[in-house]
Write a protein that binds this ligand. Structure first.
Ligand SMILES: [Ca+2]
Ligand SMILES: [Ca+2]
Length: 237
């Protein structure tokens, strides 16, 4: 269940343990690689998918995007879903800190912004970025969601890729742009993988330019297996 506020966030993809897991997965499912789509084991959730990057990009539905009706207030601000005193921002700062942090309101610690390599000990210089920006999500499907689904999307702690602590300057340069319009200075392949994973998780579409850019980029990146657990999405009646 994709309960927002789950404190045990998935291991970050740049953590050493993660690359080993990814390698193991790649080997296990190498036979299925030609099809791109990788079968999930019997213990896997029906809503969990493992797909190689290029197949994942091919699978993203293309649709015209519609900004009409978008307002930031259509998505809820940070809240404390599990009532442990940390709101979503503080949860992400805690999960991504390079040193142990314990405060309710996380002010100091140590973080590295993977978009640009900037590091800080002062959390006020970092933003929590929605991997797929709220306006972009609206355009590509979230406009049809219930208010409750949009609140969960904006506070998604169920997948460590959905929210990322990055330098405020990189977050502001990104704004609400998609990968056809903006790419980070560093770690472009990681960015593409995580962006695609979040679009899949929330069943969001892409526009044509976005599909073209993602396809080109993915062709230059390792064709790794992306594992995604789909979020529950409820549409407005
Ligand atoms: Ca909390
Ligand atoms: Ca787009």
């Amino acid at each position: 269940m994709s309960t927002p506020g789950t404190r045990t966030r998935p291991v970050r993809r740049d953590a050493p343990g993660r690359s080993m897991r990814t390698l193991a997965l790649s080997a296990t499912f190498a036979v299925a690689a030609s099809a791109g789509v990788v079968a999930t084991g019997p213990a896997a959730h029906a809503d969990t998918q493992s797909v190689r990057l290029r197949a994942a990009v091919r699978g993203l539905p293309v649709a015209t995007e519609v900004r009409t009706g978008y307002e930031r207030s259509k998505f809820r601000d940070w809240y404390d879903a599990d009532d442990d005193c940390q709101d979503t921002r503080d949860e992400v700062l805690t999960a991504e800190a390079l040193v142990k942090v314990t405060a309710c309101d996380v002010k100091s610690g140590e973080w590295r912004s993977y978009y640009d390599g900037v590091t800080t000990k002062d959390s006020s210089t970092f933003d929590i970025d929605h991997m797929v920006p709220l306006a972009e999500a609206w355009d590509s499907g979230a406009r049809r969601w219930t208010t409750e689904t949009r609140a969960r999307y904006a506070n998604d702690l169920g997948d460590g890729r959905a929210l990322v602590a990055v330098s405020a300057s990189s977050n502001r340069s990104k704004g609400d742009q998609d990968p056809a319009e903006w790419m980070p200075a560093l770690a472009k392949c990681r960015y593409v993988r995580e962006y695609v994973a979040v679009k899949m998780r929330w069943r969001l579409s892409v526009n044509k330019a976005e599909k073209t850019t993602l396809t080109k980029r993915a062709s230059t990146c390792k064709n790794v297996v992306i594992k995604v657990r789909r979020a529950a999405v409820e549409l407005q009646k």
